[in-house]
Design a protein around this ligand. Structure first.
Ligand code: NDP
Ligand code: HSE
Length: 444
């Protein structure tokens, strides 16, 4: 059978990884797909740059039109990243009747609805497994493997760069900047690493996977996002003393009031499986009503782990080439006309326990004043850790663990605590997530 012709947009980390995997596993891939998959054209900005892949036999260009307008290309693999020009190119490729594979989570989170509708109309496929959690086939697992379940919660470490940074700070006492520089060198970080560090990349991925899990529209604008900007190595240390770890989590949860969509540093029990996901590894825990909790673990970034997902999508596309478009797996798991309009819960209504770290004057009556503020707002304290004494009334750190409280009430409490003369203005607060059973701090 005639090989399937691929046009590759991008020869960076993932583009070269994809070429290498396609070349190394060509025979296995052909046996799985039923046809050979051949990259005929590839596009990059700088055609003189040395690439980490064998480009022989591939027509190179710095003009993406050479791929999307070539009638001989069956599948366009978009690995440029970013919104522009990727958005227009993908729409044009679809318009030209080409199937699309992309690793671009920003694009799918922001423009997925438009892209999927265009693909539906044209009868072509758009596959995006590599957009979420690198080498972990989480989109496939949620969309197909768990399609018999009502999914109630999804909690994941879905940004490799931030997990790598947190692990380096904790285990190797490296500085934030140093760890980020290495993540960039290893090809984990986004072109603009602020997307990783500020939680935006994880929010893009959460947008996609939550839509797939709950059958809701893609709605990046409704995700509550906090990054690692306020991370302090003292909190990493104190979390350890509470037998907990701080992880940058993405959480999607079905509650009575609506769906929670949030990305933020989170305290979890140190003996939970997610707490022990280190370095660039990612993991996603999914609670289904029938399957119960399931956990998916693997490399969340990097050339070949991501290429693994890109190539799997290519094989899926090739296998489905002759299928009736109406009978293909829906892009976001649910039939396009069957999306739910369940609201996303305002972050002020989200209920979680809290870790609070305050700088307080080392003098009598300070703790009583703080507990009075919390008590007035019906916030119960789970544990208190006074870290040091200064002996001379100078500020010392005080750590409090609370029971679950509505975010709005915690905001009010923090405002009132910061107004106390004996407390410094900066109050660190980290949400606590119980994974299964006890929450962090319940044994402290
Ligand atoms: P890179 O920056 O390494 O590669 C991007 C490639 O696209 C480069 O070859 C670049 O050319 C080319 N390119 C970009 N814009 C243009 C343009 N306008 N015209 C021509 N060529 C262009 O990115 P990655 O490979 O790391 O990431 C690609 C995509 O995969 C992104 O969407 C990213 O979010 C996603 N992803 C990345 C992962 C990773 O671990 N890196 C993991 C999962 C997803 P040149 O080299 O000449 O500059
Ligand atoms: N920058 C992303 C990360 C790449 O670090 O997870 C994988 O999506």
């Amino acid at each position: 059978m005639k090989p399937v012709s691929v046009g590759l947009l991008g020869l960076g980390t993932v583009g070269c990884g994809t070429l290498n995997v396609l070349a190394r596993n060509a025979d296995e891939i052909r046996r799985r797909a039923g046809r050979s998959i051949e990259v005929r054209r590839a596009v990059a900005r700088d055609l003189k740059r040395r690439r980490a892949a064998d480009l022989s036999g591939i027509a190179l260009s710095d003009n993406p039109d050479d791929v999307v307008n070539d009638a001989g290309i069956d599948v366009v693999v978009e690995l440029f990243g970013g919104l522009d020009p990727a958005h227009g190119l993908i729409l044009r490729a679809i318009d030209n009747g080409k199937h699309v594979v992309t690793a671009n989570k920003a694009l799918i989170a922001d423009y997925g609805q438009e892209i999927f509708e265009a693909a539906q109309r044209r009868g072509v496929m758009v596959a995006f497994e590599a957009a979420v959690a690198g080498g972990i086939p989480i989109v496939k697992a949620v969309r197909e493997g768990l399609s018999g379940n009502r999914i109630d919660r999804l909690v994941g470490i879905i940004n490799g760069t931030t997990n790598f940074i947190l692990t380096q700070i904790r285990d190797k006492q490296r500085s934030f900047a140093d760890a980020l520089a290495e993540a960039q060198l290893l090809g984990y970080a986004e072109a603009d690493p602020a997307f990783d560090v500020n939680g935006i990349d994880a929010a893009h991925k959460l947008t996609i996977i939550a839509a797939t899990a709950f059958g809701i529209p893609l709605q990046f604008g409704n995700v509550h996002i906090e990054g690692l900007a306020d991370m302090d190595s003292r909190d990493v240390l104190y979390a350890g003393e509470l037998d907990c770890r701080i992880k940058h989590l993405a959480i999607a949860k079905r509650t009575r009031g609506g769906i929670e969509l949030r990305v933020h540093p989170t305290l979890i029990r140190g003996d939970s499986m997610l707490a022990n996901v280190e370095g660039v590894m990612n993991a996603v825990m999914v609670d289904g009503d029938a399957a119960g909790p399931t956990l998916y673990y693997g490399a969340g970034a990097g050339a070949e782990p991501t290429a693994s997902a890109v190539v799997a999508d290519l094989i899926d596309v090739v296998r489905a080439l002759t299928s009736d478009p109406e009978n293909r797996v829906p892009h976001l798991a649910f039939q396009p006309g069957a999306l739910s309009d369940v609201p996303v819960l305002d972050i002020g209504d989200v209920v979680t326990a809290y870790y609070l770290r305050l700088q307080v004057k080392d003098e009598p009556g300070v703790l009583a004043a703080i507990t009075r503020v919390l008590g007035d707002l019906n916030i119960s304290i789970e544990a208190v850790m006074q870290k040091e004494t200064s002996g001379d009334g100078k500020p010392v750190p005080l750590v409090l663990m609370t029971y679950p409280v509505r975010e709005r009430d915690m905001n009010e409490a923090v405002d009132r605590i910061r107004a106390l003369d004996s407390v410094d203005d900066k109050v660190v607060r980290i949400r606590v997530e119980p994974l299964h059973g006890e929450a962090c701090g319940e044994r402290a």
